[in-house]
Design a protein around this ligand. Structure first.
Ligand SMILES: Nc1ncnc2c1ncn2[C@@H]1O[C@H](COP(=O)(O)OP(=O)(O)O)[C@@H](O)[C@H]1O
Ligand SMILES: [Mg+2]
Length: 205
């Protein structure tokens, strides 16, 4: 089992979008995947409930009430969808239990400011550990001023940007249908799936 957590203190950053699409990606690779929803709003589980049983299967559960971290060991991958405002000892416990941490950041001055303390805390806690941390630039084209601002902001942290995902209703539409951009027919979201390539490589490393 390998575990990846998607976290960012800000709501609307794209955590659930990343977590559900990652789960869908693994499922389409014929890997077993469990989606652990840590958010009381349970958006990931709601997405799962919409999912057509004919699609590659994603199982999941609500992990938000657990006192002790108890990730399932059977699946190939566990994907954790963290709530907004995730911090403190609980965040630290989870950082110890996972192999990868993905932080989606929308390149707005408000989102970047809200993420700064979180990035410092995570980096501090992961020092000397095997877990790796990376950023996904959400809703942004790499050739824009917004992307340059994000790169400038991240220069202080020495954390890699793993992917730039463009702003598109495709993510909104697939989510509403319990699907991902990796579900068939794949050709439909080819342009978006391509933007995930380096992130997926980094996960498998
Ligand atoms: N790349 C994107 N392009 C367009 N809309 C997006 C993108 N990523 C996320 N969204 C939308 O933004 C909203 C917030 O994303 P969500 O994943 O729920 O954030 P979080 O879980 O961090 O609160 C959702 O409606 C989602 O569909
Ligand atoms: Mg969410």
């Amino acid at each position: 089992m390998r575990a990846v957590m998607v976290a960012n203190p800000k709501g609307g950053a794209g955590k659930t979008t990343l977590a559900t699409n990652l789960a869908g990606y693994f499922a389409n690779q014929e890997l077993s995947v469990s989606l652990c929803d840590l958010d009381r709003q349970q958006s990931s589980l709601r997405w799962m409930a919409f999912r057509d049983p004919g699609l590659p299967s994603v199982t999941g559960y609500f992990g938000g009430n657990q006192m002790l971290i108890n990730l399932p060991q059977e699946p190939d991958w566990v994907v954790l969808d963290a709530p907004a405002g995730f911090q403190g000892y609980k965040l630290n416990d989870y950082l110890r239990a996972v192999d990868r941490v993905i932080i989606p950041v929308v390149p707005s001055i408000f989102d970047m400011a809200a993420t700064e303390d979180f990035l410092n805390a995570v980096r501090q806690d992961l020092r000397g550990r095997a877990a790796k941390i990376g950023i996904v630039a959400m809703r942004v084209d790499p050739r824009t001023r917004a992307a340059a601002m994000l790169e400038e902001f991240l220069r202080h942290f020495d954390i890699p940007i793993l992917a730039y995902l463009r702003n598109t209703q495709n993510y909104v539409n697939v989510a509403a249908a319990g699907q991902t951009i990796f579900d068939p027919p794949r050709s439909k979201f080819k342009r978006d799936a391509e933007q995930w390539a380096s992130l997926l490589e980094w996960l498998k490393d």
